[in-house]
Design a protein around this ligand. Structure first.
Ligand code: G6Q
Length: 545
């Protein structure tokens, strides 16, 4: 257990923030922009290729100055160093948290239990690169001598969401004569639909599981082996059609995968922080080793920025602080992530795990129940689609929903006017959310008096706009690392362990207990609550029909 901390709410900066927030409650974004015409040019920060405009937030210079004090009083700098240098900051699991080592240059030194982990990281990257090249060039052949054309990643949670998000985000850079599919759900439909048009002779499965014991992944991997062998007939075919990404060589061997075709990683890589480890093997096969390394370089750029930039210019700090500001002082419950880039369609889902599994905690690292809200609910869809569905609630609903808008100046698919049409919506939405439309403006348009309240927009809805030149592997790395570190900042300020996930255990254990109750040939004795017992009995009756 960690030493006792001064509770967050007892820190002087927290008290200052409370008083400051109370004083700012009735100040609008219109007021703030009117008071300072330079606000829009001043309140921005850059890191790598990312430009963050945070001027459309309900903050002043004083807000950030107090947050910087909160960072000092929370020892954020020391905690950041503790993470980067391999101290066991995941205290409930007794583990180091070193996803930053996965993208550190080869000459870096990062010690865990006295051993430099960097050579091992680069050895795995080299092995992944050789494998990726052999698939991409067609020298790795299936059991019957055919080229591999289809790659199916089997994994769930951190072993799925990063790979599928990165593949979609960087599809433009992928080798187009290879087909990629991702199977995660234990619902058989996921596997069946993923392979329904694939030929086992040309299909390679990457079984991605840190533990190699996850129920869903093992069920899908066994089904994949049956599906492959139904056509390929010989057990020996498994070695040509299955590779593993895991930390558990014993279980990989038991499954029948040659451990020469296993790509390892380490217990200091958390699942939701693993897309840049060997878990990213499917990404590397799709993009090629050079692009994968560019993505890692992008991550590293943001790592260096986060570790060294002053708080006032530090993108992860600014985004982390803004999240706290609305969650703890303005009653916001959620953050909408609105990428104006179709390639980022899985980015909100990826961020849901990163942020909510990390910061959805109510016990502090020294064992107290928090007295404030922690992790916000992250959600979102690509623009402009969301504008025609849920934006109504953001503009005129009763809740405050801070939004992260992500956009690129250049399209990877320039088609006529499309990109300017898309980008006009980026700027228009942020402007409308911030400044709205007053009753007087609506009246001046000749709107009947009774309709004016319906057509008035209060505005004062905060947004961050993140702008980059175009989507590249480097930029994706920067973007993901930005959110990783913003999540870390929040976890430190909230005094929680952002790197464990005990909350997912209970349901898993109960499911294991329930399986035989669903499958037994005779009516089982059920000892759950009356609702669960009734539902199980009804399921058993319905499935027999
Ligand atoms: C992430 C979690 C979780 C994990 C999956 C898959 O931080 O730990 O989402 O990634 O449960 O675990 P395996 O990789 O061990 O199959």
């Amino acid at each position: 257990m960690s030493a006792t901390l001064t509770p967050l709410t007892d820190l002087p900066a927290w008290k200052d923030l409370s008083a400051h927030a109370a004083a700012l409650q009735s100040t609008t974004l219109r007021d703030l922009f009117a008071q300072d015409p330079t606000r829009g040019t001043r309140l921005h920060a850059t890191a790598g290729d990312l430009y963050l405009d945070y001027s459309k937030h309900r903050i002043t210079d004083e807000t950030l100055a107090i947050f910087a004090q909160l960072a000092e009083q929370s020892n954020l700098r020391a905690s950041t160093e503790a993470m980067f240098t391999g101290q066991k900051i995941n205290i409930t699991e007794g583990r180091a948290v070193l996803h930053t080592a996965l993208r550190a240059p080869a000459d870096s030194v990062v010690l865990v239990d006295g051993e430099n982990v960097i050579p091992g990281v680069h050895a795995v990257l080299d092995k992944m690169a050789a494998f990726a090249d052999s698939i991409r060039s067609g020298t790795w052949l299936g059991y019957t001598g055919k080229r591999i054309r289809n790659i199916v990643n089997i994994g769930i949670g951190g072993s799925d969401l990063g790979p599928v998000m990165a593949y979609e985000a960087l599809k433009h850079y992928s080798q187009r004569d290879l087909t990629f599919r991702f199977v995660s759900n234990v619902d058989g439909t996921d596997f069946a639909e993923a392979v329904h048009d694939l030929d086992p002779e040309e299909t390679l499965f990457i079984v991605a599981s840190k533990t190699f014991t996850t129920l869903e992944t093992m069920a899908n991997a066994h089904t994949a082996r049956v599906w492959s062998l139904a056509k390929l007939q010989h057990q020996a075919a498994v070695a040509r059609h299955f590779v593993a990404v895991s930390t558990n060589a014993g279980e990989v061997a038991k499954f029948g995968i040659d451990t020469a075709n296993m790509f390892g990683f380490w217990d200091w890589v958390g699942g939701r922080y693993s897309m840049d480890s060997a878990i990213g093997l499917s990404t590397m096969v799709a993009l090629g080793p050079d692009n994968f390394r560019k993505m890692l370089a992008g991550f590293h750029t943001m790592d260096v920025h986060f570790r060294t930039a002053p708080w006032g210019q530090n993108l992860p700090f600014l985004m982390g602080a803004l999240g706290l500001w609305y969650t703890n002082f303005f009653g916001a419950e959620t953050v909408a992530v609105l990428p104006y880039d179709q390639y980022l369609k899985r980015f909100p889902a990826y961020l849901q795990q990163l942020t909510m599994e990390s910061n959805g905690k109510h016990i502090t690292i020294d064992g107290r129940h928090v007295t404030y809200n922690t992790g916000a609910i992250f959600w979102g869809e690509p623009g402009t689609n969301g504008q025609h569905s849920f934006y109504q609630l953001i503009h005129q609903g009763t809740r405050l929903i801070p939004c992260d808008i992500i956009a690129f100046a250049q399209s990877l698919n320039p088609l006529g006017q499309h990109h300017d049409l898309l980008m006009s919506n980026v700027f228009a939405q942020a402007e409308a959310l911030a400044f709205g439309k007053t009753a007087d403006q609506v009246r001046a348009e000749g709107t009947p008096e009774w309709l004016i309240p319906h057509r008035t927009f209060e505005g004062n809805r905060p947004t961050s706009t993140i702008l980059a030149e175009k989507m590249t592997p480097e930029v994706l790395g920067q973007l993901v690392a930005l959110y990783e570190h913003a999540t870390f900042v929040q976890g430190i300020l909230w005094q929680i362990d952002s790197f464990d996930q005990w909350g997912v255990e209970l349901g898993k254990k109960l499911a294991v207990q329930i399986i035989p109750e669903l499958e037994s040939a005779t009516e089982p004795t059920l000892n759950h609550d009356s609702s669960t017992n009734t539902l199980i009995r009804r399921y058993r009756a319905l499935k027999r029909k």
